[in-house]
Design a protein around this ligand. Structure first.
Ligand code: NAD
Length: 362
């Protein structure tokens, strides 16, 4: 046996994980040295934000409660102007990937440190990746992503109690977003054996507990397990990158204004089926981590899991226009630079047709 050579770019960051850890936001944010804190919150997480504002007391310079998926540049620019006017020196963001994404957009231009309190399973809090959507390039529907260590939250507080209020319609799809990060980290640029361990454990944690989270939303043990899996997924994404699945989800979400988690739930089984011939051993590991029954492929196990937790399983169900598939296939191919199986417009178009119809992978 020998270990193949690899390169692993580990991202820094402090993580506080545990039930009740929201109570530590005040002391943890003091580590950032901020005296004028911008609190960014999703309106749905307002009760959590109120508790944070109380802890921060007179260190709060501004509370911003408007967020949106894929961070429209127009929203980012308004928030940046408000941050400048309030002379903020640090950010505490509360909510899902939309809140974290807005915090990152401001950190990018203002160079201020971020403390993130995630309330979904998106995982953005563990990555140096940011995204902004139109219209700066002239195309209002395109999402542009970049990487900069300045945007990665310095501290992340994971409190499973904050996720018990997440509706089933968000819980399942958001967990699929995390599963997708784990799966793609196995073969994206930067994949390495350390991240493979984390990613497979993330798949296992989510696979064994997501059904309970959907059926018993207040089961905090199951919520802890899935949030832990989502954390591992975020680490895995942050240290590697994305491939066909995420490129496709960003094209579909950015162009047709689809909900990110829901698109992930629909596309992941098909992206796994697409790539399985190129990385069969890895996909067997995915199936094993998911606890797939003997003879059931990873792609089918993912499709069946989505169906069993009531997550959407077709683009048709997301009201994606069928006539958009050709353009989506062409854009996905243009954006996909790394993938284990080569992509071309015809093969990706066929994958999208399966996803549109919600066909169970062969
Ligand atoms: P989101 O933040 O929009 O949250 C999804 C839904 O959950 C929203 O309707 C929100 O209101 C609701 N919600 C959030 N917290 C809640 C709570 N405590 N109780 C009840 N409802 C709550 O979306 P998301 O799925 O978390 O993140 C998706 C976004 O994040 C996309 O824009 C995606 O591109 C981005 N993302 C970025 C990265 C990265 O590394 N940059 C990684 C993953 C996702």
């Amino acid at each position: 046996m020998s270990t193949a050579p690899f390169t692993y770019d580990a991202n820094p960051g402090r993580v506080v994980f545990g039930i009740g850890s929201l109570a530590r936001v005040g002391e943890e944010s003091a580590r950032l040295g901020g005296r004028r804190v911008l609190v960014i919150t999703d309106a749905e997480a307002k009760a959590i934000a109120d508790a944070v504002v109380e802890q921060l007391g007179d260190r709060v310079a501004l509370v911003w409660d408007e967020v949106a998926q894929h961070v429209p540049i127009e929203l980012a620019e308004r928030a940046r102007a408000a941050a400048t006017a309030a002379a903020i020196d640090s950010i505490v963001c509360i909510g899902g990937g939309s809140s974290t994404g807005l915090a990152k957009a401001i950190a990018l231009t203002h160079g201020v440190p971020v403390l993130a309190v995630p309330t979904t399973y998106a995982g953005s809090e563990m990555t140096p990746i940011y995204g902004l959507t139109g219209p700066s390039g002239g195309d209002t529907s395109r999402k542009a992503t970049g990487k900069d260590p300045i945007v990665q939250p310095r501290i992340v507080i994971y409190d499973p109690e904050l996720t018990v209020g997440l509706p089933a319609a968000v819980t399942g799809p958001s967990a699929f977003n995390a599963l997708a990060h784990c799966v793609e980290a196995l073969y994206a640029a930067g994949a390495n054996p350390v991240i493979t361990l984390l990613a497979l454990d993330g798949i296992a944690a989510i696979g064994r507990s997501i059904t309970t989270c959907v059926r018993e939303p207040a089961n905090v043990d199951a919520r802890s397990d899935v949030l832990y899996g989502a954390y591992l997924a975020g680490v895995s994404l942050g240290a590697t990158g994305t491939a066909l699945h995420h490129k496709c989800c960003h094209v579909l979400g950015g162009t047709f204004h689809l909900v990110h988690g829901e698109v992930n739930a629909v596309i992941l089984p098909h992206a796994v089926a697409y790539n399985a011939p190129a990385v069969p051993e890895l996909m067997v590991k995915v199936g094993t981590a998911l606890g797939a029954p003997a003879g059931v492929s990873a792609a089918r196990a993912l499709f069946d899991l989505a169906a069993s937790i009531g997550a959407p399983s077709s683009l048709k169900a997301l009201s994606m226009p069928h006539e958009g598939l050709d353009d989506a296939a062409a854009r996905t191919v243009a954006d996909t630079t790394v993938n284990p199986r080569p992509v071309n417009v015809a093969s990706v178009r066929a994958m999208l047709e399966d996803a549109y119809e919600g066909r169970r992978p062969a």
